[in-house]
Ligand binder design. Structure first.
Ligand code: FE
Ligand code: CA
Length: 525
């Protein structure tokens, strides 16, 4: 198809269109090149197809994924796109003015994948920033910025990244992302609950979901689109590459493996719904083709390296886990939780994790995952209870992983966790219920972006600290965790956003913890 030639010089430029599209479009003279009659006919300029922004992800030393989705009416069926494929131009530049284009091409946005575009940009230089954008017909996307990873063996002085989770639309604003945009971050890691599947809550105080509980592919697409209309979320995606993994709410609350927690739901229906959830997730995230789902299966666990400094093992603790053996509340560990066959990771992923760590020469090995690993007693008083939806519900699996860490101290493992809507800093010990046991890894648990609404710093904290001597910090405020990693030292800043029900709430750094290289365990800075 010759209609989308990206290299031809500008010819006729529609002046009125340029004024409407503003400076971003004006900076891209290629938009004046001839486009197909189809695109001209279908995508009138009043319908900006880039309403959901742009994103990048999963950096390699020679490139990254860039993403967008064409959706001129993001909340309409099909995003307001015709049920036809559309060719999208993309380009990557070494400068933010796009004077030095270093890669460009076209991609097909097909209705089968909700007109999403995932381009795995190749051939870039390692460890530097690039800028990217898309164009279709006469519309240009916002500009995104992405950074390639350093070469595997290369010495790297510093990595700055933030990790986040749990952004329920109805319970709060994404002010945390607004503050994140003011930090100089190389990467943002999202640990799950990017969307929530629930129906509209008519009493939601801030903003509302717009449908019944989502089950069909169109439902899931619509919910992702709704969340992606948020300007602060879009800005955070445009700022740097993201590493994404999911938890339960991208599909269904507290889901486990191939079984529904609702006994009335047959496995056939459950997996059909999961296929919808996974497809919509892929369509809305900056993921590589290796993550393209096959029906109800999607391989999301993967590793991302950052020179000799850090290696991220991104886990999926939902898709392959055995059913919660003792139910999913806070309970004493039932005997089944100690059964070695009960698995949170599934056999293949657990083997993959050990293999990945065995092969890693990174100074820090970051286990980027969902549910809390520390064996926290969740109840004050005599009865000891743990969350059975988290690692303690799969105690044998938890102990295998911790014993692996104990046997491989040179890995400097740091576990990053979401899901729980509270902040925790935990020293992870391989021997359960022994507060004198050596610490083998450090767990930083990040609170929610918005889930739960405005939090409280000390909600439940005194009891948690008393019951659990390995807990260094606990807080029930909203926010995110900003990390700075150097060869000698890991630093985690706990940023709190106390007010998320009104726009423009401030950010406060509540606590900063460090981990020294080759000395597991958190120390307050
Ligand atoms: Fe959540
Ligand atoms: Ca969750």
């Amino acid at each position: 198809m010759s209609a989308f030639r990206l290299n031809v010089p500008a010819r006729s430029w529609n002046r009125r269109a340029m004024l409407k599209l503003g400076a971003a479009a004006a900076a891209w003279p290629l938009l004046g090149s001839p486009e197909s009659a189809f695109a001209r006919r279908r995508l009138a300029l009043k319908d900006n197809p880039f309403t959901l922004g742009v994103a990048s992800g999963d950096p390699l030393p020679d490139g990254f994924v860039i993403w967008t989705r064409l959706a001129p009416q993001p909340l309409a069926d099909g995003g307001g796109m015709p049920r036809e494929s559309v060719e999208v131009r993309w380009e990557v530049a070494a400068d933010d003015a796009f004077k030095k284009i270093v890669a460009h091409g076209t991609a097909v946005a097909a209705p089968e994948l909700a007109h999403s575009v995932h381009v795995e940009v190749p051939g870039l230089a390692a460890n530097r920033w690039y800028w990217y954008r898309f164009a279709v017909a006469e519309a240009t996307s916002p500009v995104g910025r992405a950074r390639t990873a350093p070469q595997p063996g290369d010495a790297v002085d510093r990595l700055r990244f933030a990790f986040v989770s749990c952004q329920h639309w109805e319970t709060g604003l994404y002010t945390a992302y607004q503050h994140m945009a003011r930090e100089d971050l190389d990467i943002i890691a999202h640990l799950g609950d990017y969307i929530y599947e629930g129906k509209t809550n008519d009493k939601a105080p801030i903003r509302k979901h717009n449908s019944v509980e989502i089950v069909t592919l169109d439902h899931y697409r619509n919910r992702h689109a709704l969340y992606k209309t948020d300007e602060h979320l879009q800005a955070a995606h445009a700022m740097c590459p993201w590493l994404v993994t999911w938890d339960d709410h991208e599909f269904d609350n507290n889901c486990a493996g191939d079984i529904s927690e609702e006994t009335s739901v047959t496995p056939k229906y459950f997996l059909a719904r999961r296929a919808n959830a996974y497809q919509a997730y892929y369509e809305h995230m900056p993921l590589r083709a290796a993550q393209l789902p096959q029906g109800p299966h999607m391989k999301l666990y993967r590793s991302v390296g950052y020179g000799n400094l850090a290696n991220f093992s991104m886990l999926d603790t939902r898709q392959y886990r055995s059913d919660q053996p003792c139910g999913d509340g806070n309970k004493p560990q039932c005997p089944e939780a100690l059964d070695p066959k009960q698995s949170l990771l599934g056999e293949a992923q657990e083997k993959w994790l050990y293999r990945t760590l065995d092969d890693s020469a990174a100074k820090w090995n970051v286990i980027t995952q969902q549910v809390m690993m520390a064996l926290a007693d969740r109840k004050a008083g005599e009865e000891t209870t743990h969350s059975m939806d988290q690692w303690p519900g799969y105690e044998a699996n938890r102990q295998r992983v911790l014993q692996y860490f104990a046997a491989h101290k040179e890995l400097n493992p740091v576990v990053l966790t979401g899901d729980i809507h509270t902040n925790w800093v935990n020293d992870l010990q391989a021997v359960p219920h022994d507060c004198k046991a050596p610490t083998v890894a450090t767990e930083f648990v990040g609170t929610s972006i918005s889930s739960g609404g405005n939090g409280k710093p000390n909600d439940g904290t005194p009891a948690m600290m008393v019951e659990n001597p390995f807990v260094r910090y606990h807080s029930a405020e909203r926010g995110y965790v900003s990390c700075e990693v150097t060869p000698q030292k890991w630093t985690s800043h706990y940023r709190a956003v106390p007010e998320i029900t009104l726009p423009g709430g401030p950010v406060v750094t509540r606590k900063t913890f460090i981990v020294e290289h080759n000395r597991p365990g958190a120390q307050e800075a």
